[in-house]
Design a protein around this ligand. Structure first.
Ligand code: AMP
Length: 540
């Protein structure tokens, strides 16, 4: 006879995180930098009350479980309220990346069937453009008070504060199935249209729990946490949930992500732990160096999104005594999937060796399994030498993309598009990428879209875009062009042409006119060859 465990089967829900945080750590603070006015400070208890007011307001607008609510917002307290209100009701919080081109932004809003868009007033000009392209959105709500709610030509804009003011803070969260979708985030990290990853309540709770573990980010009620990683990108690594779970003070940086503003916030709020992409940390360190400053409370930082350079790890740990936790993850992995960390024996290693270890992407967290495979799908050895495509599986890894007809998995594993090696004791190192995309400052640029845009120029016969190593942005696009007329040499004309068609920060840093492009047996441009030839032109 099979003995089934006789324990309660209570669902893992986002609403339970809010209830726990407000009951166990009710006086703990959320500090938020706003687009307008001074820092905003309130408690977990007030956060819960206002989330419930928002939840009641959303119900009064006729929204139902499964409704999708979009946000175009910075990391701030109203965005946090929406995180909990929307998912708590069994609706889906669709966090949109405001850095997307309006065409892509409207694509994801329409694809996800957002019924409401909650936006920061900063994004009023963007809303004006996309509202015309998103006719199914019923409510455009500015996350602001009346004084800062803009009038936008086109959509009727409601004021968040007015909307929630008349609603009660009494509400019992529905008992949902833990597999109910809670949040949705699109990734542009692959070819074609952006793909949506629909996180379940269960995935978020498990991933947030994992983030709190000592080996991962070590989040407890002794910490003050500043997530610089955006709430519109992989749930800000689930930190907005992990802080409520563990009673850590939460500091939200709003729109100001430059070195000086982050440093000021870290010092004034006594931040002990932060998380962000390497480009942001580079700006922060530059500010400290130029002004001869030190951190007084910061002692640990999570970093990921792209590879953290060894020199920066050394600076953080040796000069500023900040412990670097270098993580790897993807939109498809809910939050952090691997993290590099130093154990007690490794602490005794020489500096250079320790930094080399941290510069690798580290060990998978409990719940996540990794393997590398060759082109035929054969598993490769874990010997730190063999390199193959990184495959991942676990309780909070995507299974299907939102509304996709086919599974995202290959034999039960998710293919990441990253090339890695894994050592015998599980240390994973990213070596390359099979995805034909460029990661600049932690955000994706589609080389294919850039090529298509360039190909539309009358002087362009063939175009190829590659990501080139860049000292500040990690990678920047370089455009190679085969011209129709050899005497055409006006790079600026092509750059201007592209500026009208893609987001400004996508415009390549340079153009090289070439006689021809290397083409392989299947007719594809061989980018690997181009990367060898031009891969370091921005760092020479
Ligand atoms: P995204 O879905 O936008 O979060 O991007 C995920 C991708 O970013 C991964 O598949 C990697 O290509 C890259 N990435 C994330 N973290 C790291 C890291 N620590 N080192 C190198 N690449 C990374």
């Amino acid at each position: 006879m099979q003995l089934i465990g006789q324990m309660m089967n209570r669902p893992l829900l986002v609403s339970a995180i809010l209830e726990h945080g407000s009951h166990q750590f009710g006086a703990q603070q959320v500090v938020s930098r706003e687009t307008h006015g001074p820092l905003h400070t309130y408690t977990f208890r007030q956060l819960a009350q206002r989330s419930k007011q928002l939840a009641n307001a959303l119900r009064s607008l006729g929204l139902k479980p499964q409704s999708v609510i979009g946000s175009i917002a910075w990391n701030n307290y109203r965005h946090l309220e929406a995180y909990y209100a929307v998912s708590g009701l069994g609706m889906v919080m669709h966090t949109c990346n405001p850095r997307l081109h309006p065409d892509q932004l409207s694509y994801i809003i329409n694809h996800a069937e957002d019924e409401v868009i909650l936006f920061d007033s900063t994004f009023a000009p963007l809303v004006k453009v996309i509202a015309k392209l998103c006719p199914h959105v019923k409510h455009w709500i500015c996350m602001s008070d009346q004084a800062h709610t803009p009038v936008i030509e086109g959509p009727v804009v409601q004021c968040y504060e007015d909307l929630i003011a008349s609603h009660s803070s009494e509400l019992t969260w529905p008992d949902l199935d833990e597999n109910t979708g809670a949040a949705l985030c699109y990734t542009s990290g692959t070819t074609g249209n952006p793909k949506g990853v629909l996180y379940s309540n269960r995935a978020i709770v498990l991933s947030a729990l994992s983030a709190c573990l000592p080996n991962i980010l070590n989040i407890s009620s002794q910490e003050t946490v500043l997530p610089v990683v955006p709430m519109f990108h992989i749930n800000a690594w689930c930190l907005p949930y992990a802080c409520l779970m563990s009673g850590a003070k939460l500091v939200l940086p709003g729109p100001k992500l430059d070195g000086a503003s982050l440093y000021e916030l870290m010092e004034s709020e006594k931040v002990t732990l932060s998380a962000g992409v390497p480009t942001i940390w580079m700006g922060l360190i530059q500010h400290l160096e130029q002004n001869n400053l030190r951190f007084t409370t910061m002692r640990r930082t999570g970093v990921g999104g792209s590879a953290m350079p060894k020199a920066l790890i050394a600076k953080f740990s040796e000069v500023y005594q900040v412990d670097v936790r270098h993580g790897w993850g993807m939109t498809e992995t809910t939050a952090v999937a691997t993290i590099s960390n130093i154990n007690s024996e490794e602490q005794t290693w020489p500096e250079a060796l320790r930094h080399e270890l941290v510069a690798k992407q580290g060990k998978s967290v409990f719940g996540i399994e990794l393997k590398i495979v060759d082109e035929e799908g054969n598993t490769l050895p874990r010997d730190a030498e063999a390199q193959g495509e990184l495959m991942v599986r676990g309780q909070w890894i995507v299974d299907n993309y939102h509304k996709a007809e086919t599974t995202a998995l290959v034999n039960g594993w998710f293919p990441t598009g990253d090339i890695a090696s894994i050592s015998a004791d599980g240390v994973m190192q990213i070596r390359d990428r099979t995805k034909d995309v460029i990661k600049s400052g932690g955000e994706w640029i589609s080389s294919i879209e850039l090529e298509n845009a360039a190909a539309a120029h009358p002087q362009v016969a063939m175009a190829a875009v590659i990501g080139v190593k860049h000292p500040k942005w990690d990678e920047r696009p370089l455009l190679l062009i085969v011209r129709k007329q050899e005497d055409f040499s006006n790079k600026q004309e092509i750059l201007d042409f592209l500026s009208e068609r893609v987001a400004k920060w996508w415009v390549p840093d340079d153009i090289v006119f070439v006689a021809g492009l290397p083409v392989g047996g299947t007719g594809k441009v061989q980018k690997a060859e181009l990367r060898i030839q031009y891969g370091s032109v921005f760092s020479e």
